[in-house]
Design a protein around this ligand. Structure first.
Ligand code: GYE
Length: 311
């Protein structure tokens, strides 16, 4: 903390660090949980958090960052909606000597433009999801439909890549349709309805790979409305580990998910506080774990545990 002399008394008092957080929006349950936990983490550490919701728009994020720079914040957390187009605004932050920590998505920019990035290895997440399906279907022929995340986001690009890596040596598994549902529940439902319609009411589809749980939850609804059994007629595997998806697994409507912690702020604040304390620089990437959960892993208990954490 910065120490300031209290006038007339010659004593000093700690002033809270100010951190600006440019959040993407509230497209998913995971995103909402990340926002909640970031606020909790800031409060716990006595950090003054300035929160800005970009409503999915990069231009709003750039404006928020510019305003954080003008306010002279001590650091910036940025969850970048898409991966490109950040160089100029990050140079402005660097010129102002304000460290920027990326949360949960990555950017295509020289790595001296940010201090560190906290998140999962998203290629690995896709590989874990695809690996589950490979094991599950064995030699059976399996047509997969894919719900992609937000177009141009690092996580959508990388999760797709990882899943494709995992099925590459398994010609019995192929992706027959792939489209974005923008990481939202309504997007997932709508796109799944069109997949079902195009694929003989869903009878040509063996499995759904969704880039997040919210889209999968929407898709599960669409599968039910089409008169099929999600979790049996159409297997589902996705990423995040949100409570509603654990509920769906507990009910037999969903099969597997790769958990992503919504606590990205904890490691980010740890890194910033170490830097403020004694100038310790964090590694460029702080990787969070990617754990697979299936119906065999006490989904009802996992649901409850997440609810208790404030999801
Ligand atoms: O998986 C999804 C969210 O960027 C890792 O964005 C994040 C993703 C998360 O909307 O639910």
């Amino acid at each position: 903390a910065i120490s300031v002399a209290v006038m007339g008394f010659g004593t000093t008092a700690a002033v809270a660090e100010t951190v600006g957080f440019s959040q993407i929006g509230s497209e998913s349950g995971w995103r909402a949980a990340e926002t909640t936990i970031t606020r909790q983490q800031a409060e716990k550490r006595g950090i003054d958090l300035r929160f800005s919701d970009a409503q999915q728009r990069q231009e709003n994020q750039i404006a928020a960052l510019r305003s954080f720079v003008a306010q002279g914040v001590d650091a910036i957390l940025l969850a970048p909606v898409v991966s490109t187009g950040w160089d100029n605004i990050l140079m402005e932050a660097r010129d102002a000597e304000i460290p920027v920590v990326l949360l949960d998505r990555r950017i295509d920019a020289p790595d001296d433009l940010y201090m560190t990035a906290v998140g999962a290895d998203s290629v690995h997440e896709g590989e874990v999801a695809g690996g589950w399906l490979v094991d599950e279907v064995g030699d059976r022929q399996c047509n997969v439909v894919e719900l992609q995340g937000t177009t141009g986001s690092s996580v959508a690009i990388e999760r797709k890549q990882g899943f494709e890596n995992a099925i590459a040596d398994h010609p019995n598994i192929s992706i027959i349709r792939s489209q974005t549902g923008d990481f939202t529940r309504s997007g997932g439902k709508e796109v799944m309805e069109s997949f079902l319609q195009a694929e003989n009411g869903g009878r040509n589809i063996c499995a759904l790979f969704s880039h997040n749980d919210d889209m999968a939850v929407g898709a599960i609804q669409a599968i039910k409305e089409a008169g099929l059994n999600p979790g049996e007629d159409i297997l589902t595997v996705s990423i995040d580990g949100v409570p509603d998806y654990f509920r769906a697994m507990a009910n037999g409507d969903a099969n597997a998910t790769v958990e992503l912690t919504p606590n990205m702020a904890g490691p980010a604040f740890d890194a910033l506080q170490a830097w403020w304390q004694d100038g310790t620089l964090p590694p460029k990437f702080i990787q969070t774990p990617s754990t697979l959960y299936t119906q065999a892993d006490d989904p009802e208990g996992e649901y409850q545990r997440r609810k208790d954490l404030g999801y």
